[in-house]
Ligand binder design. Structure first.
Ligand SMILES: Nc1ncnc2c1ncn2[C@@H]1O[C@H](COP(=O)(O)OP(=O)(O)OP(=O)(O)O)[C@@H](O)[C@H]1O
Ligand SMILES: [Zn+2]
Length: 420
């Protein structure tokens, strides 16, 4: 005779075995586990935050996970994007992460979206999910995900991390604020520091991603009281300090969740934020006069021809110390307009002009001062500053910024130049 140990409509024996330690936790129980198993969560971004979120939510038994990412795995991702493997290099991050989590828990249904989450794709993707986790890395996507969540009435678990710090909060939950209630307008493009510029540590995104997974579990298991809505958790990894601060509540004047919303459907977020749905690939617009720009190919040609030149690398010292073009001088952009920097550049120019007069090997009498950075953004700012600051001696040299910078050098001239 078959003995019935398990009540009907509850968990199956393999689920009890797998989730046992979790389901005996106070405030989870069978009903909490059932809610997790029946839930669907969309994770936007399968990078530093998305990996730990997906690993913990799949192991916790969330029934369906959606993974959105347009990018492919690079070796430089692996120090922090722990859901990918070396063998996944070059393949879609969504697919790579799906493979890892399916090996962790084959009971979870996984949907992959190898595409950019945009105003055109968002609504169709989001409609099948209960909760959205923002694990992206750019402002345009943050506004897009927020508005899509408000318009469809879904809670949004938001996280961000940079250098040694990270933040987590929950938007659009239980009448709490949305992202726009806190940040009604996007920050100026130049004030946004990117992971690719500022760096980030693996354990920091690990902590923040784990906290995002935990908030998601709390929402799904209806542990309303503790949910980080209307509060922002800030983690300073260097000082080992967690702080939770109150943030503004829902604003009745908010453009999307307020009483008279002006945003009633998705808009063009790249235009609204004046930036792309990507962080590292961010397009660099030409903001300076054509006469101040040189391509990496032209620069390469000119140094091969032994053209008299001075090369100034305007990246932070920490990056310059890792790798740089031969014979370059490092003056970080933050310091370039300082008196000492200008004097130093004037001195270098003077030396070059004098050397040139006595050196028959140099082919062209005119000195060129080249400015370079990682991808041609900061060197544009530098060229504008120096054009102004060196006004008096401008007839002695040509001033040019190298379009596409060192990434361009790696791509078009020498791929052995390390990129990171
Ligand atoms: N709108 C979007 N649609 C789909 N994926 C997105 C979108 N915005 C960001 N992402 C993805 O979110 C992830 C963010 O993760 P993270 O910042 O750790 O990675 P990253 O872009 O690989 O960083 P880097 O290349 O600078 O090392 C990336 O994989 C990125 O492709
Ligand atoms: Zn709002």
């Amino acid at each position: 005779m078959e003995i019935k140990y398990i009540k009907e409509h509850t968990l199956k024996p393999n689920e009890i075995e797998r989730y046992g330690r979790q389901l005996i936790t106070p405030d989870i129980g069978v009903s909490g586990q059932m809610s997790l198993c029946n839930a669907s969560v969309l994770i936007v971004g399968a990078g530093g935050l998305g990996c730990p979120v997906a690993l913990y939510l799949s192991s916790a038994g969330v029934g369906t996970l959606g993974l959105v990412d347009y990018d492919t795995v690079e070796i430089s991702n692996l120090h922090r994007q722990i859901g990918h493997r070396e063998s996944s290099k070059g393949i879609s991050k969504a697919v790579s992460l799906a493979k890892t989590i399916s090996e962790l828990n084959s009971l979870v249904k996984i949907n992959t979206y190898e595409t950019t989450f945009t105003s055109d794709t968002a609504m169709e993707i989001i409609k099948d999910y209960d909760i959205v986790v923002d694990a992206s890395d750019n402002v345009a996507t943050r506004y897009l995900v927020n508005d899509a969540c408000v318009l469809t009435g879904k809670p949004l678990v938001s996280g961000s991390a940079l250098k040694w710090e990270g933040q987590v909060t929950v938007y659009n939950y239980n009448n709490g604020p949305c992202y726009r209630c806190i940040f009604p307008t996007p920050p100026p493009v130049e004030t946004v520091t990117k992971c690719s510029d500022g760096g980030v540590l693996g354990p920091i995104v690990g902590v923040i991603g784990s906290l995002q997974a935990l908030e998601t579990i709390k929402i799904l298991t209806n542990n309303k009281e503790g949910v980080l809505s209307g509060r922002l958790l800030i983690y300073d990894g260097m000082s080992a300090v967690f702080r939770t601060v109150r943030i503004r509540g829902r604003q009745s004047g908010c453009n999307v969740c307020g009483d008279k919303p002006t945003v009633t459907q998705l808009i063009d977020y790249t235009q609204f934020c004046r930036s792309d749905y990507s962080e590292s690939a961010g397009k660099v617009d030409d903001r300076v006069d054509k006469t101040l720009i040189i391509t990496v190919e032209q620069f390469h040609q000119s140094i091969q021809n032994n053209h008299n030149h001075l090369l100034i690398d305007v990246r932070p010292k920490i990056q310059f110390d890792i790798c740089s073009l031969p014979n370059s001088n490092n003056i970080p952009i933050e310091e370039i307009d300082k008196k000492e920097s200008i004097e130093m550049i004037e001195q270098l120019i003077k030396e070059k002009v004098e050397n040139n007069n006595g050196d028959n090997n140099i082919n062209n009498n005119e000195l060129s001062v080249y400015l370079v950075c990682r991808r041609g953004n900061k060197s544009q700012d530098a060229v504008k500053i120096l054009d102004e600051k060196l006004k008096e001696s401008r007839d002695k040299f040509k001033l040019l910024h190298i379009k596409d910078g060192l990434l361009g050098w790696n791509e078009s001239i020498d791929d052995s130049f390390p990129i990171y």
